[in-house]
Design a protein around this ligand. Structure first.
Ligand code: 3PG
Length: 215
């Protein structure tokens, strides 16, 4: 596993962030995540200021692993990497985007949910896949079923992860980290509820730690 993926795996949780006001919120949010023991952020290109948010977080919080999510085009990947993104997450599997990121030596975690996706991912030399949208695509049962023919992958389930199902996903040996937006929900960010974000992160870290210890 590459060092960035190993770092993400070590943390075990990836907050999926949509920032509408990067100038105002990027720094306090990064501080809140780090204080909660989750020094990683997937900043999604669903909001216009994504690259700006990545730039700020990466510059002001060098201890943090800042990546880009919902990357749909090579141009966005280029913009994200230029802004300082250390990893790229895509909702689906686009071989062109994968080879582009590989050529830049930036880990990419593409959304994969079918045997055909996994097959293609194998051909592309990927080791870590996002399983998206996790709950809607069959959840943990499907992740486990897919690991039978494809035991070589580490999986990052995202989509429908909550404090309620985090333990079950994290206990599965092929799950290296869970992505989710519940600890950075829009009302929390918009209203500057940073302490709640920190508390949710802490709670999540505890859940992941306990689930892994019981593997
Ligand atoms: C993503 O972009 O990966 C998902 O929207 C995150 O899913 P969630 O909001 O259900 O956590």
């Amino acid at each position: 596993m590459d060092p960035i993926s190993a770092q993400i795996s070590n943390i075990g949780i990836v907050p999926v962030i949509k920032l509408n006001h990067p100038q105002r919120d990027a720094a306090p949010l990064a501080r809140a995540l780090c204080a909660g023991g989750v020094p990683v952020a997937e900043v999604t290109f669903r909001a216009a200021g994504a690259a700006e948010a990545i730039r700020q977080m990466a510059a002001e919080f060098p201890q943090m692993l800042v990546g880009a999510g919902t990357v749909l085009t090579t141009a966005q990947a280029e913009e994200a990497i230029h802004a300082g993104a250390k990893f790229i997450v895509t909702p689906g599997l686009d071989p062109e985007l994968v080879t582009f990121c590989q050529s830049r030596d930036v880990p990419i975690f593409p959304g994969c949910t079918t045997p055909t996706d996994y097959h293609t991912a194998l051909k592309l030399g990927l080791e870590v896949l996002k399983f998206f949208p996790a709950e809607q695509s069959g959840g943990l049962a499907k992740i486990k079923a897919m690991a039978a023919p494809f035991p070589m992958f580490q999986i990052m389930p995202t989509g429908g992860i909550s404090l309620q199902n985090l333990a079950a996903y994290s206990a599965a040996p092929m799950v290296c980290a869970c992505g989710g937006s519940y600890m950075v929900a829009e009302p929390l960010i918009e209203n500057g509820r940073w302490e709640e974000i920190t508390a949710l992160c802490r709670q999540s870290v505890e859940i992941v730690g306990a689930a892994r210890a019981a593997r």
